[in-house]
Design a protein around this ligand. Structure first.
Ligand code: 7PJ
Length: 255
């Protein structure tokens, strides 16, 4: 899954892909490098980010989505109205950091055949990194995801459409993120495909001392650990390099 942010305040791209044509070109480049899914985001969910108005989010995402009609596109959104609009415009997947927690979210996705990523987040983006606490981070994240999968199924969204994600960095310290990654294999018994988003995250910055633009090697190490832990979808900024990691990992597995 290749990340395309369409946000002027996006912490990793600095707003470079704000312009429609640049975002479309970037998505096409990632697809050519081997991304199976393009994840479009019109609202930054980075820690401390300010919320974006619904009309603004749609104005960012829809024109780009319409230019990518031939690709498998996921839209990173928490808003039911945005979900309904992008599904009408051909999106294949909804990637919701709130795990369909907003009122009306089930209704927005139910009738479509889209895939849905249910992610764990503790708190709200604006405040989630203020001393997050868990007694048992793996157990708590897992229990949350098990509950959201059951709730989605009860709301009429078939299990076959669901993907789960522990939400690295979303209301978690570096220690929480490392524990989740080390124990990622414990999510397998939920029997839903697992997505991992580790690319360029601040835990890599903490471990390596590198700024955002210099976290490729750290991100690739994280990607390999994610694969070993059972992730089948990796949400990444650098697709070409991550493809090489996947090729090496698959070859070793098949040996
Ligand atoms: C994630 C995401 C993630 C899913 C972001 C960033 C922050 N969606 N959206 N999982 N992260 N499903 O890219 O660092 O980890 S935005």
């Amino acid at each position: 899954m290749g990340v395309v942010n369409i946000t002027p305040d996006s912490f990793s791209d600095g707003g470079r892909y704000f312009a429609r044509d640049a975002a479309i070109a970037h998505a096409r480049e990632l697809a050519a490098e081997g991304a199976d899914i393009i994840d479009l985001g019109g609202e930054s969910t980075r820690p401390g980010a300010a919320p974006v108005a619904e009309e603004e989010e749609l104005a960012r995402v829809l024109p780009v989505l319409e230019g990518l009609g031939d690709l498998c596109v996921s839209v990173d959104t928490r808003r039911p109205a945005v979900m309904a609009a992008v599904l009408g415009a051909g999106a294949s997947m909804i990637n919701d950091v709130q795990a369909l927690g907003a009122p009306g979210a089930y209704d927005a996705v139910r009738e479509s055949k889209c895939a849905v990523c249910l992610m764990h987040m503790k708190g709200e983006p604006a405040t989630m990194q203020r001393e997050p606490h868990y007694d048992d981070v793996v157990g708590e994240v897992k229990a949350f995801l098990r509950g959201r999968v059951a709730a989605a199924e009860a709301a009429g969204i078939a299990r076959e459409r669901l993907v789960i994600d522990p939400g690295f960095g979303f209301g978690k310290t570096a220690a929480h993120n490392l524990t989740l990654l080390k124990r990622l294999d414990q999510f397998a018994d939920l029997q839903v495909p697992l997505l991992a988003g580790l690319s360029r995250k601040s835990t890599i910055g903490k471990l390596t001392g590198r700024p955002m633009g210099e976290r490729l090697a750290g991100s690739l190490a994280m990607a390999l650990l994610g694969l070993q832990g059972g992730a089948t979808i990796l949400r990444v900024h650098e697709v070409k390099e991550t493809r090489d990691v996947i090729a090496v990992w698959q070859a070793v597995k098949a040996a």
